[in-house]
Design a protein around this ligand. Structure first.
Ligand SMILES: Cc1cc2nc3c(=O)[nH]c(=O)nc-3n(C[C@H](O)[C@H](O)[C@H](O)COP(=O)(O)OP(=O)(O)OC[C@H]3O[C@@H](n4cnc5c(N)ncnc54)[C@H](O)[C@@H]3O)c2cc1C
Length: 373
């Protein structure tokens, strides 16, 4: 039922703008409004804070269905989870109430600020600094590649509180867009997901109350990594949706396009490509849904189990599948596939990011190797 509901909404209210959002590199306002109106913008927020209380699998299905028509728009529910999960996992009850309630109401999105210009894969090498001053912390530094920066009202920011301790000297904070000293860089000009603004975030003597710290001092990096264990599964869902969208389009196209006097879908060479695409998507889906079920059990207090492996495996596998499937979809449309008159080249450009963010697929393989089941 959830899938049918989201698919119908995505087809009616999000798909019609996907090409324009890409072409004009503009925020998908129509998608944001439709998702908020239908309580689908941050479905993971627990009911006690006024949220929909969707479990990890339901959240994955929402993201998958939105990504099937517009990857940029799928970053709205995905990044709202990424940005707010540190608070849900490690924040005080007061912090959860204060920030989850407006998020659930659609009164402010949540971004996640880990990466920096000089600290990407090696995120623990960050330089952004938080220094204690009485009942306040003062933040200075630059975060880079922050999805939905400028759009979001709230930011989970990882910053160094003790430079002698590397990852154990990093703490997490909630920073608000309106805090004095917060500003944003120009939107990055990207290959894909052009509707999702990616900007630098600058902290210039940003003074925030000490109770904005998420969890204990020195636990920020652990919280950031624990968050990614859960949210890499949402990137897998995004990849899955993009791939499914490309397959669905290609499936229709090969029945219409005629060469040598018959639909190209009658050729076995074309049929085998479609069969491989569908097979890979189904394998990615099973892995992603199993990882989502595991994420839910862990979030509900079950053991960590091998969630770290599963999350990395789902993200890595599904994103590689999305890149292969979208490239094959372009191939199946021939020269037409290579133009912006058809959606598959956008899907191919959008798929590429899923192999890069929330840790590149090389990093996922490092994570998997360290956590072999
Ligand atoms: C559109 C977009 C949105 C993003 N959104 C966010 C966000 O909202 N919040 C956030 O915090 N970050 C975000 N990121 C940042 C993203 O997570 C980083 O770009 C990513 O982790 C890689 O870091 P890097 O770009 O510095 O690449 P680098 O770390 O410099 O990597 C360059 C290459 O070296 C490889 N490499 C590095 N180390 C190793 C190793 N040990 N072994 C093998 N290969 C290695 C990488 O796999 C990659 O191929 C976003 C990035 C983009 C492009």
């Amino acid at each position: 039922m959830l899938r049918d509901t989201v698919r119908a909404l995505a087809e009616a209210k999000i798909a019609p703008y996907a090409a324009a959002v890409d072409e004009e590199a503009r925020f998908p306002r129509e998608a944001q409004d439709a998702l908020v109106a239908n309580d689908l913008h941050a479905v993971h927020v627990p009911e006690e804070y006024g949220g929909a209380g969707a479990d990890a699998l339901a959240t994955v299905i929402v993201i998958e269905e939105v990504a099937r028509v517009c990857a940029s728009s799928s970053l709205i529910p995905a990044v709202n989870k990424l940005g707010s999960l540190p608070v849900i996992l490690s924040g005080s009850e007061e912090l959860k109430k204060k920030y989850m309630t407006p998020l659930a109401k659609g009164q402010g999105g949540f971004s996640y600020c880990l990466s920096e210009p000089e600290a990407g894969s090696d995120a623990a090498g960050m330089k952004t600094r938080a220094v204690r001053d009485g009942d306040f912390w003062v933040l200075n530094g630059v975060k880079r590649w922050i999805t939905n920066a400028g759009e979001s009202e709230f930011y989970t920011v990882m910053a160094v509180t003790d430079p002698t301790k590397r990852s154990k000297g990093i703490s997490a904070f909630v920073v608000e867009k309106s805090d004095e000293g917060v500003s944003f860089g120009a939107p990055e000009k990207k290959l894909g997901i052009k509707g999702s603004p990616t900007r630098e975030v600058y902290f210039d003597n940003v003074r925030i109350p000490a109770d904005r710290m998420i969890g204990e001092e020195g636990t920020g990096f652990a919280t950031a990594m624990k968050t990614l264990d859960h949210t890499r599964i949402t990137i897998a869902a995004q990849a899955l949706g993009i791939a499914q969208g490309a397959l669905d389009y290609a499936k229709g196209y090969v029945q219409e396009r005629k060469q040598f006097g018959k639909p190209i879908g009658d050729f076995q060479g074309v049929q085998f490509m479609l069969a491989d695409m569908a097979m890979k998507i189904e394998a990615a889906r099973q892995l992603t849904y199993a990882a989502a079920a595991k994420s839910e059990r862990v979030a509900a207090g079950g053991g960590e189990g091998d969630l770290t492996f599963q999350g990395a495996a789902a993200k890595c596998f599904a994103s590689d599948v999305a890149m292969e499937v979208t490239t094959d979809a372009v191939q199946l449309l021939g020269g037409y596939g290579y133009t912006r008159d058809y959606p598959v080249e956008r899907m191919m450009r959008d798929a590429k990011i899923t192999q890069i963010y929330e840790g590149t697929n090389q990093v996922q393989r490092i994570v998997m190797a360290r956590n072999l089941p």
